[in-house]
Design a protein around this ligand. Structure first.
Ligand code: NAD
Length: 304
């Protein structure tokens, strides 16, 4: 199949490589020259621009930073240039409203389009073990599914246009809030004199059990190997968790949904980012909760 792949960053690079490995003809484009070089080394054909990549495509996949990029790329460079028979698949994490607007525009111009954001980070993108949550028509899903299967371990239909994005931000709001709850619980357990491995063994078999603890424990040396064992490097950056929590709060406001825990999680990750935690794994927020994070001097004292 001839596939145009736009956006070859941390995630798109591995995803495009897996399609090329599966013998698809991948025509790739990114604004970044280094990303293009890496894609060429991974078996993709480099296109000179997005319009050149999508011109004869049977499928178009985008993996871009945010809603503004997605709108711009589809409205200026894909719709009207790609053949109408191409299935359009946006895998970026963006706001639900933009996803619905771009999909409606694509449909009005005669295209089938789905939103298919992913769960799983850079390692899962490289290993082809992402989980895709797909929104759009059932027909669009049926056309996208065999392509997405080559990049993931699960491809799940979430509902109509924007439903993939809605599922993604709801999942990540739950993840952000449960990670903070897990971190503060372990800090309290330590302050109460509990041995943390012992508490892990108890809570893993009791009603406090949750993924943030048993699969992604924020305590070094406890539970399976996680970013905590690598000084919180790699994994899912706190900046991306903050991005997803902001999208969740925006979506909650749009439907007047009361989300006090999601709102608290957003505020705490924003504070953590201000303290310099953006590039650390999101479980590193424990450093702010147990007060071990070295805090920068307040801005007014800089230079004194
Ligand atoms: P990234 O910034 O590494 O990659 C985005 C790429 O898009 C960059 O290489 C950039 O040059 C390119 N780009 C931007 N505008 C473009 C344009 N107009 N035309 C062509 N290329 C353009 O981001 P990422 O980490 O790969 O994330 C991509 C998306 O996946 C985001 O929406 C993110 O929220 C989501 N996501 C990321 C992770 C993760 O762990 N990194 C996990 C799940 C979901």
């Amino acid at each position: 199949m001839r596939i145009a792949f736009i956006g070859l960053g941390n995630m798109g690079s591995g995803m495009a490589a897996n399609l090329a490995k599966d013998k698809h003809e991948v025509h790739a484009f990114d604004l970044n020259a280094a990303a293009l070089e890496k894609a060429a080394a991974n078996g993709c054909t480099i296109a000179a621009s997005t319009p050149a990549a999508v011109k004869k495509a049977e499928a178009v996949i985008t993996m871009l930073p945010a809603g503004t990029h997605v709108r711009e790329v589809y409205e200026s460079e894909v719709l009207g240039t790609a053949p109408k028979s191409a299935i359009l698949i946006d895998c970026s994490t963006i706001d639900v409203a933009t996803a619905r607007e771009v999909e409606a525009d694509a449909q009005a111009k005669g295209y089938a389009m789905v939103d298919a954001p992913v769960s799983g980070g850079i390692a899962a993108a490289e290993a082809g073990s992402l989980t895709f949550m797909v929104g759009g028509s059932e027909d669009g899903f049926a056309r996208a599914e065999p392509i997405l299967e080559k990049m993931g371990k699960a491809v799940i239909y979430a509902g109509g246009p924007g439903a993939g994005q809605a599922a993604k931000i709801c999942n990540n709001m739950l993840l952000g809030a449960s990670m903070i709850a897990t971190c503060e619980t372990f800090v309290l357990a330590r302050n109460l004199g509990l041995d943390l491995q012992t508490f892990f063994d108890i809570a893993s078999k009791a009603s406090g059990q949750n993924w943030s603890m048993t699969s992604y424990c924020p305590i070094p040396g406890v539970g399976p190997e996680t970013p905590a064992d690598r000084d919180y490097e790699g994994g899912f950056a706190a900046a991306l968790m903050l991005k997803d929590l902001r999208l969740a709060m925006e979506a909650a406001a749009s439907v007047d949904s009361y989300t006090p825990m999601g709102s608290a999680a957003e505020e705490l990750y924003a504070r953590f980012a201000k303290l310099g935690g953006s590039t650390k794994d999101f479980s590193a927020i424990i450093k702010m909760l147990d007060d071990s994070w070295p805090k920068p001097p307040p801005p007014e004292l800089n230079g004194f």
